[in-house]
Design a protein around this ligand. Structure first.
Ligand code: HEM
Length: 123
């Protein structure tokens, strides 16, 4: 399996652990304001990242490209900042809204880079 796939799966499992911790925290405290952050960390961090990892495992030649590594870094950075800042914003630290906005756009840039990778692949 390409190194990039392994890194995607390693990063994805860390986001799943973080997402579940947020879910358990909400369940234990009965405070559900952070639901949006929990859902995004799990779906963007665990589910989508795993799909990226599977794609590169199926297309190992593409995992070697520079743009694929850049895509991993941009996407990961986006969620790394977006997850915690979204949680804090939803639970009362509204001043973090600009951080959530910028990190959401960084995450989206990672998704757009993946679209470029998909549409420019040779055969
Ligand atoms: C042990 C693991 C998990 C726990 C303890 C947990 C806990 C929770 C809790 C307490 C809520 C809020 C429910 C409410 O507002 O009434 C929630 C919502 C949600 N969770 Fe989880 N969760 C877990 C795993 C996951 C995973 C793995 C995913 C996705 C891959 C996920 C996706 C969602 C989504 C999308 C919502 C929002 C549902 C809605 O608002 O209708 N959760 N979860």
């Amino acid at each position: 399996m390409p190194t990039l796939s392994i890194w995607y799966f390693r990063t994805a499992i860390l986001f799943l652990i973080a997402g579940i911790c947020v879910g358990l925290y909400m369940s234990i405290t009965h405070q559900f304001e952070g639901t949006g952050a929990h859902a995004h960390i799990n779906l963007l961090g665990w589910v989508t990242m795993s799909i990226f990892g599977i794609y590169y495992a199926l297309n190992p030649a593409q995992a070697e490209s520079r743009i694929a590594r850049i895509q991993y870094m941009v996407y990961t950075l986006g969620i790394l900042v977006m997850g915690p800042s979204l949680f804090l914003m939803l639970t009362g630290t509204t001043a973090l809204e600009p951080v959530v906005a910028v990190s959401s756009l960084v995450t989206f840039a990672g998704v757009l880079l993946f679209a470029v990778i998909l549409f420019t692949r040779k055969a």
